[in-house]
Design a protein around this ligand. Structure first.
Ligand code: ZN
Length: 241
């Protein structure tokens, strides 16, 4: 089984299309989406439509919830809040209902998905380091837990109680080791690399690869400006931050 895993599309259709093209060349059997389909970018409707088409397993992101009017955006920063308010005006009731219906956590025999952390999924806290990864590592019932939210791809691993992390893009899943994998962001990377980020997990070879792909940033930026969204949401895409 080959999983195509992605997170934080954030209404960036150009980045999402590039990632879907890449997936189509990788023999993917099942898609997993770790939340925040919408927010920040100018194409929430198309990004929702394309995600639905994948028949993906999807968990809830904080921007999805807020854009569906399910969560107060008061604690969002100014630009995120503006984007949430704009997205609310664009989405249909049906699209909002779809975003509202997503689950916070998804778990199979070997995989857990959560946008933020497992200790309080509805609080959308961040896993930034081994300290903030600790609780989710303990609470995960599966060897692999995929997360998003920080927009920074990173892999935490735990063996014999000792936790470490790595920014390696290729990870071999070892026995007696547990993992939290942040698959980065499709539509608004923040690790200094502006290319769209996604992951592939092959259950046969036991390998996870985090990949990057270039996309037409200029078009995504122009759409953000045309939509009247804050300019910083366009400019930050070029720096990947
Ligand atoms: Zn996000």
């Amino acid at each position: 089984m080959r999983y195509g895993i992605f997170s934080d599309v954030h209404s960036n259709l150009e980045a999402f299309t590039a990632v879907l093209d890449a997936f189509s060349r990788k023999k993917i059997n099942r898609y997993l989406c770790i939340g925040d389909i919408v927010g920040y970018g100018a194409d929430p409707k198309e990004c929702i439509r394309k995600t639905k088409e994948l028949n993906a397993v999807i968990v809830e992101g904080n921007h999805d919830w807020a854009s569906a009017g399910f969560m107060d955006a008061a604690y969002f920063n100014l630009y995120a809040k503006k984007a949430v308010e704009w997205t609310q005006t664009v989405l249909s009731d049906e699209e909002k209902e779809f975003l509202r219906s997503l689950k916070l956590v998804y778990q199979t025999d070997d995989i857990t998905l959560v946008h933020g952390t497992l200790e309080r999924p509805e609080a959308f806290s961040y896993i930034f380091d081994t300290r903030t990864a600790q609780k989710t590592m303990e609470l995960s019932n599966t060897q692999l837990c995929f997360v998003g939210h920080s927009h920074v791809p990173v892999v935490f691993s735990s063996k014999g109680g000792s936790l470490s992390y790595s920014f390696e893009s290729k990870v071999e899943i070892l026995p007696q080791t547990r993992y939290i994998i942040n698959v980065g962001s499709v539509g608004q990377p923040r690790d200094g690399d502006p290319r769209a980020c996604f992951a592939i997990y092959d259950t046969e070879t036991k390998k996870i690869e985090i990949e990057r792909i270039q996309y037409n940033i200029k078009v995504a930026q122009e759409k953000i400006i045309e939509a009247g969204l804050p300019h910083i949401l366009a400019t930050r895409l070029a720096g990947g931050k």
